[in-house]
Design a protein around this ligand. Structure first.
Ligand SMILES: O=C(O)CCC(=O)C(=O)O
Length: 276
C-alpha cells in the first residue's frame, strides 16, 4: 500500500491554520484515505494477535490494568510503535500530517511519539488532560495528530476538546474518576469554557495544541471499537523534552537528540511516572 503524497491545497491548510491559532484545534476531514485507514487497522490487528516481544504483549498488564475482565487488559494501547515497526513510523511521518504541522508550527516539525488505541467496547476513556504536562516541550509546546481509525461518536468514546484553552496555563491535575478513566489525572474545564464532543469519521485527523484540555469518555457501545492512531510533534527548534520521548525523529526518519527536560512542570517532580 502506498502512502498518499499528493499535495493538499494551500487554502485548505491555511484555513485550518487560522482556526488552530484561534481555538487550539483543527479537524482535517478525510486526511487519511480509506486504503491507509485499512492498512493501519490491519497492521495493529496483526500486532495485537501476534504481539511484539519486549514492546507489546497483549496479555501483559499495562497502564495499571491488572483485572483480566477489564477490556483494556486484552487491548492495551500500543506505545511508540514507530520504534519497532517501519509502517507505523511511515504513518507517524505522513506527508499530509507534516503539511499541516508546518502551517501550525510555522517551522519544520519533529516527531516525539506514536500510539495506537484499540478502545474496545466497554473500555474506560481518558480523563481531560493537557499533553504538554507530560511532554514538557521547550520552547513552545507539542501538537497532537489524532487520526480516527473507526467512526467515533458519543457512544463509542469520541474525543472531547475544550476550545481556546490552548492559551491557558498547563496546570497540576486533580484525581480522575477511575471508573470512567484508566488514567489518574484530571484537569477540570476552566470557568467560561465548555467541553465539546468531536464526532469523526475514520480517516479524519484532529490536530490539537499541547495545552488544549482534551480527553474522552468510556466506550459504551456493546460492539464497536474506537481505534485511533495518535502521534505527537514538536517544532524543529525544540531544545528540551521529557526523557521518555527521547530520541525524537526528523521527518526524513533520522534520529534527533535533544536535552532531557530537567523541570517537573507545574506539579514539581512528584507526579513523574504517571501515565499519559
Ligand atoms: O484517545 C483517547 O481517548 C485519548 C487520547 C489522548 O487524550 C491523548 O493522546 O492525549
Amino acid at each position: 500500500m502506498v502512502i498518499d503524497t499528493a499535495p493538499i491545497a494551500d487554502a485548505k491548510v491555511s484555513a485550518l491554520a487560522d482556526q488552530f491559532a484561534r481555538e487550539g484545534f483543527a479537524l482535517a476531514k478525510g486526511l487519511f484515505s480509506p486504503a491507509e485507514v485499512e492498512e493501519i487497522r490491519a497492521l495493529f490487528t496483526k500486532m495485537h494477535a501476534e504481539g511484539v516481544p519486549g514492546y507489546y504483549e497483549p496479555t501483559k498488564p499495562r497502564d495499571g490494568v491488572e483485572n483480566p475482565d477489564d477490556p483494556l487488559f486484552k487491548y492495551p494501547r500500543v506505545m511508540m510503535p514507530h520504534r519497532f515497526n517501519q509502517r507505523a513510523k511511515d504513518y507517524m511521518l505522513h506527508p499530509k500530517v507534516a503539511d499541516h504541522l508546518r502551517a501550525f508550527f510555522g517551522l519544520e516539525p519533529v516527531a516525539t511519539q506514536s500510539m495506537f488505541y484499540f478502545k474496545p467496547p466497554g473500555a474506560r476513556g481518558q480523563a481531560l488532560h493537557q499533553d504538554q504536562f507530560y511532554l514538557l516541550v521547550e520552547p513552545g509546546t507539542c501538537i497532537a495528530a489524532w487520526t480516527a481509525i473507526d467512526d467515533c461518536d458519543a457512544e463509542n468514546g469520541a474525543m472531547y476538546i475544550v476550545p481556546k484553552t490552548n492559551d491557558g496555563p498547563v496546570v497540576c491535575p486533580q484525581t480522575a474518576d477511575r471508573n470512567e478513566s484508566y488514567t489518574s489525572h484530571f484537569v477540570p474545564v476552566p470557568k467560561g469554557h465548555k467541553a465539546q464532543l468531536v464526532e469523526m469519521k475514520a480517516g479524519d485527523t484532529l490536530f490539537f495544541n499541547g495545552s488544549l484540555i482534551h480527553g474522552s469518555g468510556p466506550n459504551r457501545s456493546k460492539t464497536r471499537f474506537r481505534r485511533s492512531f495518535i502521534s505527537h510533534y514538536a517544532a524543529g527548534n525544540v531544545r528540551k523534552i521529557s526523557s521518555s520521548y527521547h530520541p525524537l525523529t526528523r521527518l526524513d526518519g533520522t534520529t534527533y537528540e535533544v536535552t532531557p527536560q530537567d523541570s517537573g512542570g507545574p506539579c514539581g517532580e512528584g507526579w513523574k511516572g504517571s501515565l499519559h
